[in-house]
Design a binder for this molecule. Sequence first.
Ligand code: P6P
Length: 354
Amino acid sequence: MNQGKSSGAPSVAPRVIVPDSLGPGVLTIQQHILHEQQRFPGASGEFSWLLSGITLAAKMIQAKVRRAGLTDILGAPSGEVNVQGEVQQKLDVYSNEVLIHCLKVRESVGVLASEENEEAVLVHQGCENAKYAVVFDPLDGSSNIDVNVSVGTTFSVLRRPAGASLDDPERWVLQAGTEQVAAGYVVYGSSTMLVYSVGNGVHGFTLDPAVGAFILSHPNMRMPPKGAYYSVNEAKASGFPEPYQRYLQRLRSGALGDYSSRYIGSMVADFHRTLLRGGLFLYPPTASHLSGKLRLLYEANPIAFLAEQAGGIALDGERRVLEICPDNVHQRTPLVTGSIEEMYDFMKFMGLRL
Ligand code: P6P
């Protein structure tokens, strides 16, 4: 439209199109969550308010992770050991405190459970309208912090079970992964990305440090039907059950095509590659962890939820991870997840029903 004044022609005010986002095609995670929230009938914005607690915590954690080498926050405080028997890194402690702080001020949250806490934590004592429990690993792969390797935060959101009282916090979190209403992770890598799902596909947001906003960068993420990588700790292979050892031999043999082995030892980063590039991520039972090393509630379940939402498969080696009924907060499980072609081949090789 010509906005200029011609001789005598009245000037015409420019027709301003107000984008409903930061600009053409730019969508922040808050706007995306509000849109997704519409899928929850009767939700009064408390769900999106809950998720905004996670995005705020993620920004605070990433600010510390990005500066870990510059401030005296590297390494472990006085050799503290967490409930897992793992030496707590200072960033573990900080990340856990940030997530608890950001979430406990959300009235809709009744219970929090963390890898770093022995038991599920009841928050909002007596707040009857608390509807959700949030389970998280504040800094997964934290042993990699000191060597500047990607680490991550994982989270899982569960509805309060019918009849669950505020004085039984564990009941709020001891639910099968199929009950998750939302799950995701933050990967602190070359960029900081938050990947989440509320059961309507998987969506990735990259943090723009210039504006401090997570911007939609990977809408509707789909795991490729087949990949070129498999990800497992090869050093532990001799301790895997024999069928797993034979399956890895099958992958190395070229029977499914050429593969490269990629393993960072940080589940979130290893899965993020699998989600984007396809292939397999495996943590089988080992000689030192007969039930697997990864924790069901706050590592395997969020990952399995995303894998399935993105068109992949996630098993504990025998059954859907999401169908496991947990009996304790820190329960461990084996995990085999990835693209449908490799996973179907794995299931057939292991004699599982396709
Ligand atoms: P390993 C990190 O401690 C973690 O829980 C996951 O992030 C990672 O996949 C796994 O353990 C690595 O364990 O035995 O291969 O060093």
